[in-house]
Design a binder for this molecule. Sequence first.
Ligand code: GTP
Ligand code: MG
Length: 413
Amino acid sequence: MKQLKINKNYLLLKHWWEAQDLSNYEKSFFNREIISFNQQLFRLKEKKIRIGTYGKSGVGKSSVLNSLLKKEIFSTNIINGSTREIQKEEWILKDQTLQSIELLDSPGFDFCNIKFPNKIYSQINHSDLILFVVAGDINRNEVSKIDSFIKDGKKILIILNKIDLLKKNELKEIIENIKFKLPKDLNIPIIINYENNLKNYITKIVNQYGEILLTLNSLQLADKLFLKIKGQRLKRRQKLAQSTIGKFSTVKASAVALNPFILFDIAGSFAIDTALITELSKIYGLNLKGESTRKIFQNISINNLFLGVTQIGINTSFNLIKKVILLTAPFTSGLSLLPYGPVAIIQAAIAVHSTKILGKLAAKEIFIRSKVSFIEPSIMIQNITFKDPEIFNHMNIYLSNRDFNNNFISFLP
Ligand SMILES: Nc1nc2c(ncn2[C@@H]2O[C@H](COP(=O)(O)OP(=O)(O)OP(=O)(O)O)[C@@H](O)[C@H]2O)c(=O)[nH]1
Ligand SMILES: [Mg+2]
């Protein structure tokens, strides 16, 4: 494994976070997420890995943690629902590079009396490592929860508990059944909880990969928050961009059509179009100078047949008709102005339509140009290389599910 410097990554991430420059609105809108991310940053700085348990009620989540701690810290009961909310305990392992381990116990996800099941899922989902505790073969609900964690790009281990209640030949069969229901290519480990087996396994994982799991998870949580903030910014800008495009198309429609005595030429139309692009670029936080605006405009007109044709069409053919009509007006006592009505309507319609297309294409082009150039968390993730890639399969899933572009194009006007 490339020597991973946790301090360096902490500083990079902290720096990135400070540069985010959130507005007050965003600070209050994302308050909970921000607090939780700051806690993660703090854990990264302090080298405190967080391990969370999850599973059905009564499978032995609290007992599993007690067996790691070798103390009865978390309450257990034969009656389901002995854990009602998330609880924490520090687990200090000797001879390891990490400062300490934070263990999270959670209520059973299927227990009917827990108040906020989604909040509990989300808190466990923030852990650096998830122990998914099962007691025997897994049912549809358990498979679906495991799938959600996988989709979210989390590192999970399946902990098979209560094996003392099984006959010897049953154990093998149950493990096969569980494996059959998990995604084949991922090789999610199934760890049997007997004697010191689980403790040894987790100690090994934490010693070998603790730092990198903590770092990767911090980057992943940073990236998730970054995407949320970015999505929300784009949604607000989408509204602003749409109304700006609307205003410009009205201006252009009246300029080219409604006043038959202004011979609105290519230069005038171009001025309105470039003003629109400049306005849109301001909305997307990219202050384009004249030259780049012209380039965007040219690119768009060349690549869009309709726009290219209307640029010429509105301004030449229709104006020619206008001129002829106006010139002949004195000879026809103004009668020739009558056909001007429909021409004006067509001109206005084309102007509106073409401005809307121009606005949409320009927003997309501007958005692509405004993509942040400084190091962002997803790039930091991609820059980390691994000696044991299989352990980090979950990050590949995360990156491929992230689907950056497709998510955001829908937020454009
Ligand atoms: N036979 C056997 N019983 C176990 C084992 N682990 C836990 N139990 C028992 O199973 C019951 C439930 O255990 P808990 O640890 O409370 O289960 P939990 O998943 O935390 O349950 P909730 O907090 O209600 O969701 C208790 O009576 C435990 O003593 C095991 O390995 N073998
Ligand atoms: Mg419990």
